[in-house]
Design a binder for this molecule. Structure first.
Ligand code: HEC
Length: 176
């Protein structure tokens, strides 16, 4: 009887050996190691403070406007992309801030407005850009109000440009 049991065990072992080859075992170990490293990296990585991400958003918001106002669609496309990425970072790192569901607000209020700006840029339409930009600015303020920060009021820039960046299309750039 016992011999029969060992016989069965030997067969089971043979099968289990077949199902995981040494190569698979090696890959499994590698995978576990990578997963451990990833968790360690995520724990160590720098998480920007929400207020700092907002300063970034404010800068992209202004630069996006200057580029669009100068009909520099290439640059505007670049900044709307940066702005979208900054919003996605807010969603990723601060889904909830002081009990406010910031991640959901980004999804519901901000991202649809960004899409409208993207459309206007791809159509190189100044009027649509201006309307979409106003809507985007409104979405910034709507979220500030929902988050109990109505004292942070964002404006469509009133003047043009920054002293240290040329927002005109390259074709109009006269400086070397
Ligand atoms: C999903 C919600 C949400 C959206 C959308 C949003 N904000 Fe904010 N913003 C906040 C919250 C919350 C704070 C307060 C952060 C804190 O408590 O540190 C804030 C703070 C700020 C501040 C103050 C930071 C400082 O140091 O001066 C600025 C500026 C700002 N936001 C700009 C913008 C701009 C520009 C946009 C639109 C492109 C925008 N925000 C869109 C939620 C939002």
């Amino acid at each position: 009887m016992i011999q029969f049991f060992y016989f069965l065990l030997a067969i089971a072992l043979a099968f289990s050996c077949q199902s995981t080859t040494p190569e698979q075992t090696r890959l499994n170990h590698q995978l576990e190691e990578l997963q451990r490293k990833q968790v360690a990296l995520e724990q160590k990585q720098y998480v920007p403070h929400l207020g700092w991400s907002m300063v970034q958003l404010q800068t992209y918001h202004a630069k996006l406007y200057f580029a669009g106002a100068a009909k520099n669609w290439e640059l505007a496309a670049y900044y709307v992309h940066e702005l979208e990425e900054a919003l996605e970072e807010v969603q990723k790192f601060h889904p909830v801030h002081e009990g406010i569901k910031v991640g959901q607000l980004v999804e519901a209020i901000a991202l649809p407005s960004v899409e409208k700006v993207e459309e206007a840029i791809s159509q190189k339409d100044v009027v649509a850009f201006s309307t979409a930009f106003e809507r985007l600015t409104l979405s910034c303020n709507q979220c500030h109000q929902s988050a109990g920060k109505s004292f942070i009021r964002i404006l469509v820039p009133q003047n043009t440009g920054l002293p240290n960046q040329d927002f005109r299309p390259t074709s109009q750039n006269t400086k070397p």
